[in-house]
Ligand binder design. Sequence first.
Ligand code: 13P
Length: 367
Amino acid sequence: MNMVKICRKFLTGNGNHMNKQLLIDTAKELLADDKGLLAIDESNNTCNKRFEIIGIPQTVEARRDWRELIITTPDLNECISGLILYDETIRQNGRKGLPIIKTILDAGIIPGIKVDIGAKSMALFPKEKITEGLDGLRERLNEYQNIGARFAKWRAMIRVGSGSPSQACIEANAHALARYAALCQEANIMPIVEAEVLMNGDHDLERCLEITKEFLRTIFNQLYRQAVMLEGLILKPNMVLPGLTCKKQETEAEVAYATVKCLLQSVPAAVPGIAFLSGGQSGKMASARLNAMNLIYKTKLPWALTFSFARAIQQPALKIWCGEDSNSDAAQKALYHRAKCNQAARLGQYDTGMESPILNLPEPVPI
Ligand code: 13P
């Protein structure tokens, strides 16, 4: 019996029996019918910052109303298979007193939960961050499962700068991600493994490719070491992009090529799906780049390429909503529109011509 098999025998720390088929099925369901995921799991702090910019009150009610607006968008489940929630939201009732989680289930969407507690300064590496949240995670996962979550998310992020990322930061984050994924699988909650190399900086596309590749290879090495079943997880990486202030900004086709090349060199074929984060790209840019990948490479890849965006789906709608009930319908239309564009991008059928119907909506306030 090899080491991995010996370890698997003890994967019963919470009394659960890991149900491999359930994990595989959850991943398959989330990836089916060319749908994608929508992340609405911003911490209160992050959500408040986005509200503050456009003058929305930073209150528990406003956060509830915004999330409820998203969740009740008509026909959202045509293109969104799963919603990633924040702790506040998963426990919340909507305006009329109905649990938010019930509204999501009634809409035919699978609820998930962000379980990390954020990226904190890494000791002795002041420029770098390590994601925390492993303490008590086994118990929290059981609680979230009882509330109704079927999958979870943990985000590790890497900053590109002079002298960073360090190997220590990459390894510490990869190790924590694998510990999180193992705890999730033990609890029969399908883990989304989020690995983000930030866009901030003037680094070029090639540097992003090298760092993303190193980060992903380190993560998969840790996942393997910690006996995580690759068929029962979804990877959520960044697209391979030049830094925001890099002079050379590659075309969609060049970004698609670099991203696919990076993934082929680092992600095992056993992984069923890759759901990109948007990382601060505009909604249109994120759709166009995902589209280019699927248009050019879809038939040659072992995994599905989909989306798990937050800003690239929410931001245009948030700017229309501005906290006003009278703007809710228009905001829902804008949200549905971005979700639909990304579904088209999964098929390689997105076209900028699809953007024209949105021109009938009220002009968003500047952000
Ligand atoms: P963005 O798509 O805005 O990058 O957010 C994705 C996410 O889930 C961040 O953790």
